[in-house]
Design a protein around this ligand. Structure first.
Ligand SMILES: [Mg+2]
Length: 391
C-alpha cells in the first residue's frame, strides 16, 4: 500500500516564537543563542540574518562578526516547549500516528485518512494554516510515500512552503540534488564524498551496493537505499519513540579515551538537564560510537531505578564506553540517548528518606536554576571541561 507521510518542520522555530512574543522583531536580523561575547553557538537564526551567512550551530562570536547589528536573544526553553505542545495538540487532531523528532518537527502518517480529511495536499495545507492561525508560526510541509522523502521535501519547501513528491518518482527527483540533501550526510561526509568526485545523488546512486557496504558497512546499505529514495521506517507513535539524545561528530576523529569521556560527560549534562526540565526520568541509557570507518555501535544499559541525575547517567555511559572502546580505532561520532522515560515519579529510594538522594536532587535543582539564569555553560562538570565547543 502506498503511504501518505508528512514531515512538518517549523521555520526558524525559536526565532518565530520570539517574533510572536515581540512582533517588532519581524523581518529583523535575530539570533537566538548563547552570550554573543562568549563561546556559545547560534541556536536559531532568522531568515533576515541568514543573508549575512549566519546559520545555526555556528559559533556565536562569528555570527556577531558577520552581523554585528543583529538582535541577540538568549532564548527560553520553557517558552519553546510551550509553543511546541500547542503545535503537537493540533497535529494530534489529524492523525493518531504523530512522531515528534524535536520540539518543532514531526512526521505524521495520514495513510488511510483521505476519507476522513480529504486529499492529502488539502489536509497538509489545513494543518499548515491552523498552526499559523492558532500559534502564529510558519511551517514547511513535505508530503511523500515515506519518511525519507517527506523530510527531503519539507527541507526543499522552506521557508513556509508545501511540497509533494509523488510515489514512484523518488529516484528521479533525487538524482540532480546535491548529496547534502540526503538526511544523515552532513558537511563533513559531504566533503569526503566531494573528494571522491561524488557531488549529486545521481553520482551516489551509481556506486554499487557491494562497494558502499565494503567502505561504510551497514551505513553503506542505507546510503544505497537513500540514494534511491527507499525507506521503510514506520511513523511511530510518540510514546514508542520518546527519547532524549545528544550526539556530536568530532571535529577530528579521536582515539583519546580521556577526551572522548569528557565529550560524553558534556553530552550527558545536556541530555540530563533537558530530562529534568521536562520533569522526566530515564530507565534506559545508551551509548553510540561511530568509528572513522563508519562502523556504528550502540550499547544500552537498563537502570534499576529511573534516573535524571548527571552522575548516575554519566557513570553508566562511561561503564558502557570502557567496555566497548577496546578497538582503539579512531572515533568519529559519540552520542548518548536516554529512553524508557517516565514522568515525574520520584525515585523509590526517597520513600526511605534517603538524605543522600535528596541532597543530589537539591544540587541538580540548583544547577538547573543557575543555568536558566546564566546559560548552560555557566556551570559544567569538571569532566566536561575538555569537551569541544557547545553542543
Ligand atoms: Mg525547524
Amino acid at each position: 500500500m502506498v503511504k501518505s507521510i508528512l514531515h512538518i518542520d517549523m521555520d526558524a522555530f525559536f526565532v518565530s516564537v520570539e517574533e510572536v512574543r515581540d512582533p517588532s522583531l519581524k523581518g529583523k536580523p535575530v539570533i537566538v543563542g548563547g552570550d554573543p561575547d562568549g563561546r556559545g553557538v547560534v541556536a536559531a537564526a532568522s531568515y533576515a540574518v541568514r543573508k549575512y551567512g549566519v546559520h545555526s550551530a555556528m559559533p556565536i562570536a562569528r555570527a556577531k562578526r558577520l552581523c554585528p547589528h543583529a538582535v541577540f536573544l538568549r532564548g527560553s526553553h520553557h517558552l519553546y516547549s510551550e509553543f511546541s505542545a500547542r503545535i503537537f495538540d493540533i497535529l494530534d487532531c489529524y492523525s493518531p500516528l504523530v512522531e515528534p523528532m524535536s520540539l518543532d518537527e514531526a512526521y505524521v502518517d495520514l495513510t488511510g485518512c483521505e476519507r476522513l480529511h480529504g486529499p492529502v495536499t488539502d489536509t497538509a495545507q489545513r494543518m499548515h494554516d491552523e498552526i499559523l492561525d492558532r500559534v502564529g508560526i510558519n511551517a514547511s510541509v513535505g508530503m511523500a510515500g515515506n519518511k525519507l522523502m517527506a523530510k527531503i521535501a519539507s527541507g526543499m519547501a522552506k521557508p513556509n512552503g508545501l511540497l509533494r513528491i509523488l510515489p514512484g518518482h523518488e529516484a528521479a527527483f533525487l538524482a540532480p540534488l546535491p548529496i547534502g540533501r540526503i538526511p544523515g550526510i552532513g558537511p563533513k561526509s559531504g566533503e569526503e564524498f566531494k573528494r571522491m568526485g561524488i557531488y549529486t545523488v545521481r553520482d551516489l546512486a551509481q556506486l554499487p551496493l557491494e562497494l558502499l557496504e565494503e567502505v561504510y558497512g551497514e551505513w553503506g546499505r542505507r546510503l544505497y537505499e537513500k540514494a534511491r529514495g527507499i525507506s521503510h521506517s514506520p511513523v511511530l507513535k510518540r510514546d514508542d519513540t520518546r527519547s532524549i539524545s545528544r550526539e556530536t561528530t568530532l571535529e577530528e576523529d579521536s582515539t583519546d579515551p580521556a577526551f572522548l569521556e569528557s565529550t560524553l560527560s558534556w553530552l550527558v549534562e545536556k541530555a540530563a538537564s533537558q530530562l529534568r526540565e521536562e520533569g522526566l526520568r530515564a530507565r534506559c541509557v545508551s551509548l553510540k560510537l561511530r568509528y572513522s570507518d563508519f562502523k556504528t555501535v550502540t550499547r544500552s544499559h537498563t537502570l534499576n531505578e529511573a534516573a535524571c541525575e548527571d552522575h548516575i547517567i554519566f557513570d553508566t555511559v562511561v561503564g558502557l564506553f570502557r567496555k566497548l572502546f577496546t578497538r582503539r580505532t579512531r572515533v568519529r561520532l559519540v552520542g548518548v540517548a536516554l529512553t524508557s522515560l517516565t514522568s515525574g515519579a520520584p525515585p523509590q529510594m526517597e520513600l526511605f528518606e534517603n538524605m543522600n538522594a535528596k541532597q543530589w536532587q537539591k544540587l541538580y535543582a540548583g544547577i538547573d536554576r543557575i543555568r536558566n539564569k546564566y546559560g548552560f555553560r555557566s556551570i559544567v562538570r569538571g569532566s566536561s571541561c575538555s569537551a569541544q565547543g557547545e553542543l
